[in-house]
Design a protein around this ligand. Structure first.
Ligand SMILES: Nc1ncnc2c1ncn2[C@@H]1O[C@H](COP(=O)(O)OP(=O)(O)O)[C@@H](O)[C@H]1O
Ligand SMILES: [Mg+2]
Length: 276
């Protein structure tokens, strides 16, 4: 379960501050397959990176299975990234002079510490996950001899290597034609349905978005739609009760601290673009 609350993020370059996320709330339940859509520059990748533990420089909280990512030590966070999460990006990022099986096993071949696999075990498991993405016959091929769709499947196999429960995919079909893109989405659906992997897929492709169980719409650094059932019910209830809030407040007094007027936090004000 992913639970994002009040996430704010700005990029700082020298004295230039670029606010990107302005209080994102989002839930993703275990076993869901969710797409994230929104205009370029709206903060989708920023959000995905933070959920994946690639970035801890934000305000607000991101909890995964009840654990606050920012409260984790560096060691815990890297274990989370390596064991819990599989990343798939638009660029396949394969090593051209290594075979497919070596590309998939590579992270394990360099891994140190407990639970380490031997070279043979790592290569065996890499063959197994290449089979899972229907590339049994490309195990010893070089990535340069493969189509774009096949290369992306090698990258997906690499992401699957450590048996992640969560896959975070950033424009995974952005470099593929629509036929290959469709095959990738079919594969994601299988991983979701058969292996129970939770998938969060950022995409520009309306067909992909339509094929997921839920579409999260991000715009201008906020989730406009599809934040999750509980959050959407909350928002609807708040909308309803705002109509009757005055009457209730005078009848019962203001017992609920949440409903009290909170002075606006100056930190929430949009940062000046240039402070220089
Ligand atoms: N490392 C960075 N430094 C400064 N600005 C960044 C950085 N990464 C992204 N941005 C800016 O943050 C905004 C959101 O970027 P991003 O999350 O990549 O959006 P999306 O994935 O929705 O296209 C953009 O305006 C982008 O230029
Ligand atoms: Mg992006």
């Amino acid at each position: 379960m992913i639970r994002v609350r009040g996430m704010h993020k700005s990029y700082r370059t020298g004295k230039l501050v670029t606010p990107v996320l302005h209080g994102v709330d989002l839930d993703v339940a275990d076993g869901e397959m969710v797409s994230i859509v929104g205009p370029s520059g709206s903060g989708k990748s920023t959000l995905l990176h933070a959920i994946g533990g690639l970035d801890r420089d934000y305000e607000g909280t991101i909890e995964v299975d009840g654990r606050d990512l920012r409260a984790m030590s560096d060691v815990e966070l890297s274990a989370y990234r390596n064991r819990h999460v599989g990343f798939v990006f638009q660029a396949f990022n394969l090593l051209h002079h290594q075979t497919c099986v070596e590309n998939v096993a590579l992270p394990a071949l360099f891994a140190r510490g407990e639970g380490m696999l031997s070279r043979e075990q790592a290569l065996d498991r890499a063959r197994e996950v290449l089979g899972r993405v229907d590339l049994h016959d490309k195990v010893d091929a070089l990535p340069t001899t493969l189509s774009g769709g096949q290369r992306q499947r090698v990258a997906i196999a690499r992401a699957l290597f450590n048996r992640p429960r969560l896959m975070l995919c950033d424009e995974p079909t952005g470099n593929l034609d629509s036929v290959m893109g469709k095959a990738i989405i079919e594969l994601f659906r299988r991983l979701n349905e058969e292996d129970g992997i939770t998938l969060v897929v950022v995409t520009h492709d309306p067909k992909i978005a339509a094929s997921t169980q839920r579409t999260v719409r991000v715009q201008d650094g906020l989730v406009l739609e599809g934040a999750g059932d509980a959050l959407e019910a909350e928002a609807a209830a708040a909308e309803n009760s705002s109509n009757t809030a005055d009457a209730e407040a005078s009848a019962e007094g203001s017992a609920d601290p949440e409903s009290a007027d909170v002075p606006e936090d100056p930190a929430d004000a949009p940062a000046q673009e240039a402070l220089a």
